[in-house]
Design a protein around this ligand. Structure first.
Ligand code: GMT
Length: 376
């Protein structure tokens, strides 16, 4: 198949999933064309059958807000014409699904039929899409896509609830991992540098948006630190980093917390983690929790959203209500002080990640879905 992928190129879940999916599809013999305003951050080396098309938005004095969605629609149309694309896969509804629909309409006038598949990732539905400025276009884009997938049952149900998209038959295709990449036995752990005194390593990786509740990460760690010799390692960056640092200083934990900033070597870092914290207000899925589990790291997180479909409470980690930092600290302390329990959970986490979310199990679901949408 000849497939276009429109996605965000940045450090974040939807861009990571879109890029890994495209690379896997190319390895399976498909021709893949990425379309975005910059090279996706995980697309760093030459790969056979993989192409990148940059979207350029011209600057003009009248454009206080340069119309990226229009430039994207034009580029999707161009790439579809030049490479005879069959499917355009839009990752994150806003603006990719809307721009894809515009391109589809322009191409139809020329007799070129391009099918649009949209994958909903999370905040496009649960946060941004529900803003009154975007609600109706998000609903329209979902309903006008030829196929729609959501990364969890939670997100599918939330889409039906918030947008009443009765015309869309939303399929759940979960996120995936390559267990050969996320394998703690493959990397030399940097434990000596991160925890020079042999402390347990508690980790959080995110884009530090308010939804991640990084203040809770610090509070949960503080509770664990009361009884366990441990260090907290933050990876990533974003608007709440200053707030996280404030919480660290307010609690006098400066010597026990390290901020590494944005790093791409996530698998390597996870290989020396003992515990992963993800107390988000909401996660449609929680890809980073899956990456931690595949690396044999139990997860402590917040219940009530898509994370429940990834972390099996009491088996591969513990989930507690959003904001219940005391319960999260108690579970983390228990895990880090009971070696048998930790070994059991670490093994179960890896096993669940490999059995349910293996890349070789999930990519064929997308291939089958494209074929269904194409009617072949
Ligand atoms: O909030 C993020 O972490 C980024 C965001 C994105 O779209 O880039 O992540 C969302 O998509 C990921 C990949 O499908 C999911 O694993 C995350 O759970 C989801 N984030 C939220 O729902 C908050």
């Amino acid at each position: 198949m000849r497939i276009g992928i429109a996605c965000y190129p940045t450090y974040g879940g939807s861009g990571a999933v879109a890029t890994e999916l495209g690379l896997q599809l190319a390895e399976r013999g498909h021709e893949v064309h990425f379309i975005s305003y910059a090279q996706p951050f995980r697309l760093t080396t030459f790969r056979d059958r993989v192409y990148f098309h940059e979207v350029e938005v011209p600057h003009y004095p009248l454009f206080e807000y340069p119309p990226y969605s229009l430039a994207l629609a034009v580029q999707v149309g161009e790439v579809a014409r030049q490479h005879d694309l069959e499917v355009l896969h839009a990752h994150y509804a806003i603006p990719h699904a809307a721009a894809a629909w515009m391109a589809e309409q322009m191409l139809l006038d020329e007799g070129h039929e391009l099918k649009i598949v949209t994958t909903l990732h999370g905040t496009d539905i649960t946060l941004v899409g529900q803003d009154p400025s975007f609600w109706s276009i998000t609903r329209f884009s979902v309903e006008r896509s030829d196929g729609v997938t959501a990364v969890s049952e939670y997100l599918r149900d939330e889409t039906y609830r918030a947008f009443q998209c009765r015309r869309a038959d939303i399929r759940v295709i979960p996120n995936f991992i390559d267990p050969d990449v996320f394998d703690r036995t493959k990397y030399e752990c940097h434990g000596d540098a991160l925890a020079p005194g042999g402390e347990k390593i508690v980790m959080h990786i995110s884009n530090f948006r308010p939804v991640k509740r990084v203040g809770d990460v610090v509070a949960v760690f503080a509770g664990i630190r009361d009884t366990v010799s441990a260090r907290l390692v933050f990876v990533g960056d974003g608007p709440e980093r200053a707030h996280a640092w404030e919480e660290v200083t307010r609690r006098g934990l400066q010597d026990d917390v390290v901020f590494l900033g944005k790093l791409e070597s996530v698998a390597e870092l996870l290989s020396c983690a003992d515990l992963f914290l993800l107390p988000s207000e909401m996660e449609s899925f929680g890809l980073v929790a899956l990456e931690a589990m595949a690396s044999g790291v139990p997860v402590i997180g917040a219940s009530g959203s898509g994370l429940n479909e990834v972390v099996e409470d009491g088996q591969t980690g513990y989930l507690h209500p959003v904001g219940d930092v005391a319960a999260m600290s108690a579970s983390g302390t228990r895990l880090l002080t009971d070696t048998d329990l930790w070994n059991r959970m670490s093994e179960a986490a890896r096993q669940r990640a490999v059995e349910r979310f293996h890349v070789d199990r999930v990519i064929p679901m997308y291939e089958a879905f494209y074929a269904e949408v194409l009617g072949s």
